[in-house]
Design a protein around this ligand. Structure first.
Ligand SMILES: C[S@@+](CC[C@H](N)C(=O)[O-])C[C@H]1O[C@@H](n2cnc3c(N)ncnc32)[C@H](O)[C@@H]1O
Length: 280
């Protein structure tokens, strides 16, 4: 086994090479990365590599004999889970289990076919909304790559409810508060302009998510997983559950939400009572 602690700095390049040479996997996933230009599949390939890199850096810190359980929220065709599964087991000999959940039944059936073709036993795919998923095993990492709009918020809420050690999301379209930024907040002179409103909505959405996670007892870090030339949707929120912290402290989240009059969706997955409890 390659020692995880010895993962080199140029990991992304190594992962890229490793995956490019795994023709069988790419073929089964129907990821044609030999196409030229900035095609959709190359974009997806680079997003997946960037996501895997961050997960591997976290797993370096895990006890190596422990099974790591993932919940891939809005998994779609599950490129991310299949690649992570392959890399973690083949390259690093890490024991893993993957749940994939998506509302699209056809995609979930495709995932089952791919799983069978690859002969993988450590994966289970379920047609469900994220928030309704009921994984039997205790989940270590909730992951979500480009879960549309509020599906990212469902993933965050689910991760908090499951007390996942890590919640790692790369959000997609931040539509929910853009239209609410037209009036009734202190930066209307900025958001008067369509393009600035669009960009500011992205920043505010990720700030609200990050403050919510912080308030729920997570340490939050933001990183970029790829160059923006592959996708502007390259921001990753990495949230690590703090040991022993059992209090919700939503003051900063609430202040931000009220200041911009956003009525942000995340709180809707919880009862007011949840926020006032000290034992969550
Ligand atoms: C842009 S795709 C991303 C798929 C995959 N993660 C990827 O990177 O290729 C978004 C997926 O979210 C799923 N989805 C949207 N809302 C959902 C929800 N509330 N619960 C579960 N899946 C959802 C859609 O069916 C779709 O497959």
């Amino acid at each position: 086994m390659a020692a995880l602690a010895g993962v080199p700095l140029e990991m992304k390049e190594e992962l890229r090479k490793e995956l490019k040479s795994n023709r069988e996997l790419l073929k089964i996933l129907e990821l044609d990365i030999d196409q030229s230009g900035d095609g959709r599949e190359i974009k997806k390939f680079n997003e997946v590599i960037g996501f895997c890199e961050q997960v591997i850096r976290i797993i370096e810190t895990y006890p190596q004999n422990k099974e790591i359980v993932f919940l891939d929220c809005s998994c779609g065709k599950s490129y991310l889970s299949f690649v992570l599964n392959t890399i973690l087991s083949k390259k690093f000999a890490v024991n893993t289990y993957f749940y994939g959940v998506d509302t699209n039944k056809i995609l979930i059936e495709k995932c089952d076919v791919i799983r069978e073709n690859l002969g993988l036993r450590n994966m289970q795919f379920v047609t469900s909304r994220i928030i309704d998923a009921q994984p039997e095993k205790s989940v270590d990492m909730v992951i979500a790559l480009h879960a549309c709009d509020i599906a990212t918020d469902e993933a965050i809420a689910k991760g908090i409810k499951l007390e996942a050690k890590y919640i790692i999301v790369v959000p997609c379209c931040e539509n929910q508060i853009r239209n609410r930024l037209k009036c009734g907040h202190p930066l209307v002179d900025v958001t008067d302009f369509g393009l600035l409103r669009y960009r500011f909505a992205d920043i505010l959405t990720e700030a609200l998510r990050s403050q919510f996670l912080t308030g729920a007892g997570y340490h939050v870090k933001l990183v970029e997983i790829t160059s923006p030339k592959f996708t502007p949707k390259n921001l990753m929120i990495i949230a690590r559950r703090k040991k022993g912290n059992k209090k919700y402290a939503m003051d900063r989240y609430k202040k931000l939400d009220e200041m911009f009059n956003t009525d942000f969706v995340l709180k809707n997955y919880f009862n007011e009572r949840d926020f006032n409890r000290n034992d969550i």
